[in-house]
Design a protein around this ligand. Structure first.
Ligand code: FNR
Length: 341
């Protein structure tokens, strides 16, 4: 069942990428153009650091898959592309390995193919501290991601319905493991209240994982035969909304969910993120066109992120946070409703 679910997720996520309208709330963020603000490309560094972590680039391949033969092959290709481009990467949820140790290889292949890269292991918020350690050991992870997915579980036919212990478990894991803990949503967003709770729990970094890209309410709906939850299609906050909402949080923010191109990465940095990640867009490339196409896509993104920073006059990702942005439309209304200046 679990292996079949992992294959379903990949198939339905790629279908969503094919059908995506292209529009999301990142379009409500634009830069004020200052024609004399530019710097020299040779002075621009993409390196970003946060919570004791150093990345050479402000871009990462976010959590997706593992646990079946097909998804193990995808993980191998994602890891090769990460190695070739120096882009940090996350495993998909390691839960299948806890249930069936025979699936170990579908995750550990990522470390074998990418021996020196930055790898995050991904678990859910019901994982025991012992299993959190096993997940880290499996890929010799540099950081641990814990995903929050109440809405996905709600729509998933075989989903979890007990959420009250998640906060306590996150606190236990963050205190016990020796690597930075990143807590992420899977596409419905983190509110500023949630980010504040995470900070108190000892979590190092919050990945806002907002809406606007891969939609797990729709994916799980696609796996249901009866009583579908189509009315949850628009649930949650978009990634730029989350960044604005949680701006000034005491812990660093990562931006993911609906990041479509290098401009969305640079917009995320301008809204205060230390880096931006994507899943669906990279999955589509590797499934449709193969690993070399993904290497080319990641290289192009990195080159264009640097080009945009050069024109905007940001020598580092951190300098992007002081650039002039305008917020329009539904995103502006969200800010008004939430009292965001
Ligand atoms: C995901 N995502 C995900 N997240 C997570 O924390 N653990 C997981 O196991 C998975 N599995 C998974 C499978 C597939 C096929 C996709 C496409 C995505 C969610 C992912 O990390 C991310 O939060 C969302 O996909 C939103 O980002 P994009 O796709 O809009 O860039």
């Amino acid at each position: 069942m679990s292996a079949e679910r992992k294959d379903d997720h990949v198939r339905l996520a790629v279908e969503q990428q094919h059908g995506h309208s292209g529009h999301n709330q990142f379009d409500d963020v634009s830069f004020v153009h200052h024609a004399l603000a530019g710097v020299d490309r040779s002075d621009v560094s993409l390196a970003t650091s946060f919570a004791g972590v150093e990345w050479q680039v402000p871009l990462y391949i976010n959590a997706m898959t593992g646990g079946s033969e097909m998804t193990g092959a995808i993980n191998r290709d994602l890891a090769i592309a990460a190695r070739e481009t120096g882009v940090p990467i996350a495993t998909g949820s390691v839960s299948p390995y806890f249930k069936n140790p025979d699936t170990a290889e579908t995750f550990s292949v990522m470390r074998r193919e990418n021996p020196d890269g930055f790898i995050m292991a991904n678990i859910n918020a019901t994982t025991s501290v012992d299993n959190a350690r096993r997940a880290i050991d499996l890929v010799r992870a540099d950081a641990l991601q814990i995903h929050l997915n109440t809405i996905q579980e709600t729509v998933m036919p075989e989903g979890d319905r007990s959420f009250s212990s998640w906060g306590r478990r996150i606190e236990e894991i963050a205190a016990a493991v020796g690597v930075p803990v990143v807590v992420k949503e899977v596409g419905f967003g983190l509110s500023r209240e949630t980010v504040a709770l995470l900070e108190k729990s000892g979590v190092a970094v919050a990945d806002v994982g907002g809406s606007g890209g891969t939609n797990f309410a729709r994916i799980e709906n696609g796996r249901r035969e009866l009583a579908d939850y189509a009315f949850l299609d628009g649930w949650g906050q978009s990634t730029p909304a989350c960044l604005l909402d949680a701006g000034g949080a005491g812990i660093p923010l990562l931006a993911s969910g609906g990041v479509r191109d290098p401009l969305d990465v640079v917009r995320s940095l301008a809204l205060g993120a230390v880096a931006a990640g994507a899943s669906g867009p990279f999955l589509r490339t590797v499934v449709d066109d193969g690993v070399e196409a993904l290497v080319a896509q990641l290289s192009t993104w990195l080159d264009q992120i640097a080009a945009l920073m050069t024109a905007l006059g940001a020598r580092t990702p951190a300098e992007m946070a002081s650039k002039d942005v305008l917020v329009h439309g539904a995103l502006r209304s969200f800010c008004d409703d939430r009292g965001v200046a």
